[in-house]
Design a binder for this molecule. Structure first.
Ligand SMILES: NC(=O)C1=CN([C@@H]2O[C@H](COP(=O)(O)OP(=O)(O)OC[C@H]3O[C@@H](n4cnc5c(N)ncnc54)[C@H](OP(=O)(O)O)[C@@H]3O)[C@@H](O)[C@H]2O)C=CC1
Ligand SMILES: CC(=O)[C@@H](O)[C@H](O)COP(=O)(O)O
Ligand SMILES: [Mn+2]
Length: 383
């Protein structure tokens, strides 16, 4: 039986992870659940999965949930609560499914405590890939990908050494506005941007899909997970989201992983690896789908993707700046403070004006993240 701590249990990945866990009750036991403010759903989850530790985002949320918790369940809140849920239990594996670079400290704490990481929270690797990977390798801890593309690559690699890989091909749906030109994006609404063509996901990653900042984050995530330079990571627009990514080997052979666009498959694979178990996701019917399409990603159409490659190549704190500026820009777009196209401008502005630092330590990454948040928050509101 694997013992699991789940960070972000009330979100899209979190709830699907609990579906997977509930469908294999003899395989998993939930040690900790951490969420932000959705106290009602968290309480339901606590009653069903009986974790030993629960954490919520704020003191207020803790006050709301406290009177209803079963006896014996320890309650924490805030950044320290996330760290406690990640590292303060007997869990074997920590599934990190919070949004944003707030996942960094708990992930590092879990690694230091020797836990296997099932990583959905890609922003953590983007903000501090070298620090996280150094810690994981020093502690002998595995980071198992949950993100669908990285799970696909992990499955295609199947343990092959990196010397045999020619390149990674990461597929991208093209997001909510893939059939529009850039000129047609001037007045798009939040509601339109939240309509992903293939996946049902949380708001932030759905907006990131529409700008392709998500693919940019995933390119950087792949660089750290699989150790390939950026010129051997390619992005292909694949509108059907059936091929989740591919690996080309040095002999020209290409391995692809296919499946219905359903996150329960990669979530479960990270939890059961190296084993596989039945999964309730709909099975693929290729005869019904008939055709699959691929085209190169246009960096002028999707500046956030170009900026992600540039920040990845620049290294140091540039990717932390890219990520933090994007988080703030998306939040400001969702709150109606900025137009959709300004998201790219906010990221570009932060990257142009940041102070580069090579080989940053954790404090320097956190400072760069905070600086970029301040810069992006002050980016002028259009008249
Ligand atoms: N959704 C998907 O299919 C995929 C997502 N990912 C990645 O996985 C991560 C999660 O995405 P997704 O599930 O869509 O996001 P959601 O927005 O659906 O969920 C986010 C989770 O984080 C919790 N949270 C928010 N603030 C805090 C806080 N301060 N402290 C603790 N928990 C907090 C939320 O709690 P609450 O709701 O209670 O406030 C919620 O449980 C992201 O990094 C995303 O890029 C990767 C691949 C696919
Ligand atoms: C399901 C998943 O992994 C998301 O990150 C997905 O990749 C979003 O789709 P696109 O970014 O390809 O639109
Ligand atoms: Mn993905």
């Amino acid at each position: 039986m694997k013992r699991v701590s789940l960070l972000g249990s009330t979100g899209s990945v979190g709830t699907q992870a609990l579906d997977v866990i509930a469908s294999h009750p003899d395989e998993f036991r939930v040690e900790a659940l951490a969420a932000g403010s959705n106290a009602d759903l968290l309480l339901e989850q606590v009653k069903k999965f009986r974790p030993r530790i629960v954490s919520v985002g704020t003191r207020e949320a803790a006050g709301r949930i406290r009177p209803h918790l079963p006896s014996g369940v320890k309650l924490y809140w805030g950044e320290e609560g996330l760290v406690e849920a990640a590292a303060g239990t007997e869990a074997d594996i920590v599934l990190t499914a919070v949004v944003g670079s707030r996942g960094l400290k708990p992930t590092l704490a879990a690694i230091e405590a020797g836990k296997t990481i099932a990583l959905a929270n890609k922003e953590t690797l983007v903000a501090a890939g070298s620090i996280v990977c150094e810690a994981a390798s020093r502690k002998g801890v595995r980071i198992l990908p949950v993100d669908s593309e990285h799970s696909a690559i992990f499955q295609c690699l199947n343990g092959e050494p990196s010397g045999r890989i020619a390149k990674l091909m990461i597929t991208a749906s093209g997001g909510a506005f893939r059939d529009r030109s850039r000129e047609e994006l001037t007045n798009v609404t939040v509601e339109q941007a939240l309509k992903h063509p293939n996946w049902s996901m949380g708001a932030k990653v759905t907006i990131d899909s529409a700008t392709m900042a998500n693919k940019g984050l995933e390119v950087i995530e792949a660089h750290w997970l699989f150790g390939l330079p950026y010129d051997r990571i390619e992005v292909l627009v694949h509108p059907e989201s059936i091929v989740h990514s591919m690996v080309e080997y040095v002999d020209g052979s290409v391995m692809a992983q296919l499946g219905s666009p359903d996150m329960r498959v990669p979530i479960q694979y990270a939890l059961t690896w190296p084993d596989r178990l039945p999964n309730p996701a709909p099975k693929l019917n290729l005869a019904q789908i008939g055709k699959l399409h691929f085209r190169p990603a246009d960096m002028d159409r999707y500046p956030a993707l170009r900026l992600a490659f540039e920040s990845g190549r620049a290294g140091g704190v540039a990717t932390a700046v890219f990520n933090a500026a994007n988080e703030v820009a998306v939040d400001r777009f969702v709150r109606g403070e900025l137009p959709f196209l300004a998201i790219d401008d906010v990221i570009a502005d932060a990257l142009e004006s940041h102070a580069p630092i090579d080989n940053p330590g954790l404090e320097e990454v956190l400072e760069a993240d905070a600086w970029a948040r301040g810069r992006a928050s002050a980016y002028p509101h259009p008249r």
